[in-house]
Design a protein around this ligand. Structure first.
Ligand SMILES: [Zn+2]
Length: 429
């Protein structure tokens, strides 16, 4: 079988697995239709004009750095990958070390990653300034730089190790390398997601079990009522960076954990923390992290095969100044193709994420039967996090990981109507 045919077959098989995984694990309709039509989202019903303006001001100031960083990083990656510039950079940095392929992959890859990071850096710093101005970030610049360095060291260290292994594979088995890499990459995604709470999270935050007391007792009772085995609720020291409120579930199997930010514990009411936890229990009960990981693994495998088709295409290789995909001078082209595939798949990932988040909200409502408390909790989160209550619909569809606050509040009212409960009035003081 020709290399091209192997890749087409690889892409077809992985794409079918990916689509099946997405179709069967995504809750497309987390709440049944409400007789009389769904509640219309309306920010003005639950938030004052000043509260809406505050969220909008932050969003408007954060938008340029966020999207410019994205666009410029992609443009530079494409410039390096679709012209001989990337290939020149790869050979130049490896030359002082003899120019062998391992040095080309390691140092060339590092140089490309550093360039990508540097391009985005001024915009990231600008975003940090905006977040500080709005009281959302309380981090110092040394702390910010340390976070940045740790994140870059971890991600680029892993990526470079993967690239060296991948190019070794490509040099020995140019045809079989892509399907093997697709399979190995999928396994790696599962391993990273499993180990994330043990290896990555502790590098950025300290975690301690929620101290004994009425709050911990009520949360453990909630988990027991839900039938979700939870050994502990962990509290993260997020307050060293931010005033934002949050909670999340990470890991799966023996590494699964529910984490609440200390900011949440310090400022939200006990009832609000219960509702936040009920949402997280929804993620835990439905194994959202595991399913997301499996979709990510299938997506990565399909992405590797798609990248293989593009990177082995002669016109692109010629453009990039490389002889073959196994030539480390094709590294910048590979990174450009990966960046394009990742960018294009982003909105689909966000669509799935929003559905999972909506299902976790429905779960919290089913478990607590407290739509009024749910709305109070959403209000608390939105105000503390300076959320944009009137997000741009196009940007929200493309980049929103969670449903908008107004949609989540409308969902709580729909849940009340569906279950014959009194529809909560506006919580506005
Ligand atoms: Zn969630």
């Amino acid at each position: 079988m020709s290399g091209q045919k192997v890749l087409v077959l690889c892409l077809a098989v992985t794409a079918v697995v990916l689509l099946a995984a997405v179709a069967f694990t995504t809750p497309w309709r987390p709440l049944p239709d409400v007789p009389g039509g769904a509640t219309a989202p309306d920010a003005a019903r639950d938030f004052s004009a000043a509260e809406i303006a505050r969220g909008r001001a932050l969003a408007e100031q954060a938008r340029p750095p966020v999207y410019l960083a994205m666009a410029l990083s992609l443009a530079v990656t494409l410039l390096l990958g679709l012209t001989p510039l990337g290939a020149r950079l790869v050979t130049a940095v490896a030359r002082p070390f003899g120019g062998g392929w391992v040095w080309q992959v390691l140092l060339g890859g590092l140089a490309l990653l550093v360039v990508g990071r540097l391009v985005a850096l001024p915009f990231d710093a600008r975003l940090e300034v905006v977040r500080r101005r709005h009281g959302l970030s309380v981090q110092t610049w040394p702390g910010w730089w340390l976070d940045l360095a740790k994140g870059f060291a971890m991600s680029s260290g892993l990526l470079l190790a993967v690239l060296v292994a991948f190019f070794a594979l490509l040099r020995h088995w140019p045809r079989a390398a892509w399907p093997i890499a697709a399979g190995a990459g999928a396994l790696l995604v599962v391993a990273i997601s499993f180990l994330y709470p043990l290896l990555v999270e502790p590098a950025f935050n300290k975690f301690h079990p929620m101290p004994d007391g009425p709050l911990r007792t009520s949360l453990m009772q909630l988990a027991e009522k839900d039938g979700v085995p939870v050994e502990d609720v962990l509290v993260a020291d997020a307050s060293r960076r931010t005033t934002a409120l949050n909670a999340y579930v990470s890991g799966f199997g023996s590494t699964r954990r529910i984490v609440v930010y200390d900011t949440t514990v310090q400022t939200a009411t006990a009832r609000e923390i219960e509702l936040i936890t009920a949402h997280e229990l929804g993620h835990a009960k439905r194994n959202d992290v595991l399913h997301g990981t499996l979709i990510g693994a299938a997506g990565l495998a399909a992405g590797v095969c798609a990248a293989g088709l593009l990177v082995t295409w002669q016109p692109l290789l010629r453009r990039a100044g490389a002889d073959s995909a196994a030539d480390p001078r094709a590294l910048a082209l590979l990174m450009a193709v990966v960046a394009v595939v990742a960018t294009l798949s982003g909105p689909a990932q966000m669509l799935i994420s929003r559905r999972l988040e909506t299902r976790a909200d429905v779960h919290a409502l089913d478990l607590t039967r407290d739509p009024e408390g749910m709305i109070a909790m959403q209000r608390r989160l939105a105000l503390a996090n300076r959320s944009n209550l009137t997000p741009n619909p196009v940007l929200h569809v493309l980049f929103g990981s969670h449903p908008a606050t107004v949609d989540r509040i409308a969902l709580a009212r729909d849940w009340a109507r569906l279950h014959g409960e009194p529809v909560p009035a506006s919580p506005r003081p």
